[in-house]
Ligand binder design. Structure first.
Ligand code: ACM
Ligand code: ZN
Length: 554
């Protein structure tokens, strides 16, 4: 054995004890990191007589009590009894709605060896407190195997917590590939575990229309199925196809089930219906809504199609209003996403109806025609008491009043929108697109859409651009990670590409900027692997650092 310096050896042996923060991070892997946490000695122990007392006990607050009771019951077989109760009692968990907590989603958590006390302004805060308790409990709570003799404890601590941003989302494209309802629910579960609050469900695409619309049955009879799909990585020319029909859709009953499930986890489902572009599946079903009249087939290649909804045809607007009416009936969300991205203007340039519309409306060009299209839809959606969100192309030709912008081509669109007083959600692809590779060496990686978005790069992103004043920054509602599924065919791959990058979005959306620390995050993610294993979700475990940036720095 080589000579080891004695103080260094002592630090190696007792390092954890000398550094309480590191020890806490290692033992208590909380993601997202809470605003403040102090750790005391001792534990609260769940016993066969532990009760959960809730004040007040109602349908909303019961959700958090039920979740905690279920987690405890899983490995121990003992479900704590839930009842209304005003005063903390020894050996019990007390959940209280308390108006003195500032933030609607915030909470405080006090754990002593005698009791656990949770306070929150709303039921949402109670739910997030339970997610924190969950992450402090042993990972055995994550599955229903009874483990005789297992002692369920929560370390004594004082936590005060609230989110940095009100919008913390994940997107999922089901147009290119769709996933079973059970897989979507698991996706929602993972968002809830990490205190995210929005599931952005991208439901219509060139390659498939995925939501049942009662008034237009052909959307799912025809538009939900493509004859075959381009094989492997798409090339510029000479592509081959897999020869396999592909398709499917979500019935309205399934949509209602998913919306209700998400709501029970305090997650809003944001539906996206694409217009005026990415509409080929709709046009294959109803070709009269196009500029040329078709015929069309549901797109088999990825990329952007030149055929889009005709902006000069009144039928297009009647159709979209009918569709949106059914969508608004299914989704109670404040926002409805209307797409707006990647709409080529080639067909509109040649279409007599579109050109007539430009003339009648005194528009300058096709960019203003796109703006006319979005403004008209915005007016309809806002007449129903909702607000639209669109990708940053909706800035072209003038932004519709009341529109919120998702800035995906970079931050520029978001900056422009915020400066003009519009709300913004940041989704710059360079940091937040999880369809890209997560490591430099692609030899053992599933085919992705190109690109390179390692965990460290996603984690490094801060959604508040320096170019904005403090007042303008208030328009940045938060951020979202995006999962485009051209190359994601299975639920397993969906999870592998999403996790842990999704959790970097969760931490950026929740934790104070000055607490963010990538080394600490990686430690906590590594600790969380056990929990993810217990849940049974797949996740990427390779290189987490941005090795390309590291090399460039040298
Ligand atoms: C997008 O990635 N086309 C929003
Ligand atoms: Zn047209």
């Amino acid at each position: 054995m080589k000579f080891i310096h004695l103080p260094a050896l002592l630090i190696i042996l007792f390092g954890a004890a000398l550094e309480p923060t590191c020890a806490a991070e290692k033992s208590y892997a909380l993601i997202p990191a809470p605003v403040s946490a102090t750790w005391q000695t001792g534990n609260f122990t769940f016993s066969a007589t532990t009760k959960i007392l809730v004040s007040p006990l109602n349908n909303e607050t019961r959700l958090s009590a039920d979740l905690l009771a279920q987690l405890v019951k899983n490995p121990s077989g003992n479900a704590p009894a839930i009842s209304e109760g005003k005063k903390p009692a020894d050996g019990s968990v007390m959940m209280i709605l308390d108006n003195s907590i500032n933030n609607d989603e915030g909470y405080t958590l006090e754990v002593t060896s005698k009791e656990i006390t949770v306070k929150a302004k709303t039921a949402v805060g109670l739910f997030y407190a339970v997610q924190t308790i969950r992450q402090l409990l042993p990972t055995e709570v994550e599955n229903s195997t009874l483990i005789p003799g297992l002692v369920l404890t929560v370390p004594a601590c004082t936590i005060a917590d609230e989110p940095r941003f009100i919008y913390r989302g994940m997107h999922l494209d089901v147009g290119r590939h769709l996933f079973p309802v059970a897989s979507i629910k698991r996706y929602i579960d993972m968002l809830a575990l990490h205190k995210m609050n929005t599931f952005h469900w991208h439901l219509t695409e060139d390659q498939g229309w995925r939501i049942e619309i009662k008034k237009y049955p052909k959307l799912t009879e025809i538009g939900a199925y493509r004859k075959e799909t381009v094989a492997g990585s798409q090339k510029k020319a000479n592509n081959t196809y897999d020869g396999k029909p592909y398709g499917g859709f979500y019935t309205q009953a399934e949509v209602r089930d998913i919306v209700a499930y998400a709501s029970s986890k305090f997650i809003t489902v944001l539906p996206e219906i694409e217009m005026p572009g990415h509409a080929v599946a709709a046009l294959a079903s109803y070709p009269e809504l196009s500029c040329t009249g078709g015929p069309f087939e549901v797109r088999k290649l990825w990329g952007v199609d030149e055929d889009v909804f005709c902006a000069g045809n009144e039928q297009t607007f009647a159709f979209l209003q009918d569709v949106l009416t059914e969508v608004m009936d299914l989704f109670p969300s404040k926002y409805i996403h209307i797409g707006g991205d990647e709409c080529p203007k080639k067909r509109w340039e040649k279409c007599p109806k579109c050109q007539q519309r430009i003339k009648d409306q005194g528009l300058k060009n096709e960019l203003e025609l796109q703006s006319y299209f979005i403004r008209r839809i915005e007016k309809f959606v806002s007449s129903k008491g909702r607000n639209i969100i669109g990708w940053d192309e909706i800035l072209e030709g003038g932004l519709a009043p009341g529109a919120t912008v998702m800035s995906w081509r970079g931050e520029e669109g978001g900056i422009e929108a915020a400066k003009s007083g519009h709300d913004v959600i940041m989704t710059p692809g360079k940091y937040t697109y999880f369809c890209y590779y997560q490591c430099e060496d692609r030899t053992n990686q599933p085919i992705a859409l190109g690109g390179y978005v390692p965990l460290e790069l996603t984690y490094s992103y801060d959604p508040l651009p320096k170019e904005l004043s403090a007042l303008e920054q208030k328009h940045i509602l938060g951020l979202e990670g995006c999962l485009w599924t051209e190359q994601i065919q299975t639920p397993e791959l969906l999870e592998y590409m999403s996790y842990p990058r999704t959790f970097a979005i969760a931490e950026t959306g929740w934790s104070p900027a000055n607490l963010k620390n990538f080394d600490s995050f990686v430690k906590r993610i590594t600790e969380m692997h056990k929990r993810y294993d217990a849940i049974g979700v797949k996740y990427y475990t390779g290189e987490y650092r941005d090795t390309k940036a590291l090399k460039e720095k040298k």
